[in-house]
Write a protein that binds this ligand. Sequence first.
Ligand code: ASP
Length: 322
Amino acid sequence: MRSTVNHVLSVAQFERPFLFELFRRADELATLGAREAVGTAKGAIMATLFYEPSTRTRLSFEAAMTRLGGAVISAEYAAATSSAAKGESIEDTARVVAGYADLLVIRHPEAGSVARAASVVDVPVINAGDGANEHPTQALIDLYTIWRELGRIDGLTIALVGDLRYGRAARSLARLLTQTVDTTVFLVAPPVTRMAPDVVNELRAAGLRVEETDDLYAIAPTLDVLYQTRIQRERFSDAESYTQACGHYVVNRELMQHLPSEAIVLHPLPRVGEIDPAVDDDRRAAYFRQARNGVALRMALIEWMLQRRPAEVVSSNGHHRR
Ligand code: ASP
């Protein structure tokens, strides 16, 4: 995966040893207090270009860069306030902004658009979500959270629930799970938002056990990780199919009673009714810890992309040191 420019476009580029290296560095960075400056990105500028709404991704990237001692320039509503509103192509915008910054973080509604932008610039580009395709840094955070919470990424039973068709976070996480061993994946989705066959085939080809089911309660007692997702309203062409997809699977107190005591519940957020806030106090509800992990993980990733990584490389036996 090491070309001269370290883009992050798809989880398909990541392999196990890199993941553990990244997770360990993220752990180190997480143990530095939130106020402690790190300095490894000093003098560098990161540009965030967001053509779709974002809270966590943009702000945690910006917090990460700031904590590394770098600077941030941002087009928060790029679709309306950048020259895209005048009809400029993403390639042209990327070319220009690459002249102002050392790293670009781009979110765009069109699948493949961020890769197109990356192909015309000579600074690293991060795909912060391209339509319904991929959200690779979210998947890195998800797997990092599993590793931190459960101490391992192998031998797990994981349910991906909700919008598996348009949810780029679920797609990216599923694809990243091909780097894990002895994994069982349950796909739990309403008929209109089932996981695309290309991803299901990819998982099976990688040796994962994959089962599609509509009975979340039946599998709940077997789970280590329940990964809940939002039905992606913005991707539906008609209101009726959106309504049909909603409300099938809700994580509430009743469902939590069926989950093992050591299981965790994750969600890339935002949630809009698919997790009852009444479960937030349950220690297995890990989604806010997951969101918080975004800063440390993205700090580690930025260091790697800017090739500012401290020299020491950690061994990769796959087990968390705690
Ligand atoms: N924040 C995630 C994304 O941008 C998940 C979501 O929006 O539902 O894909």
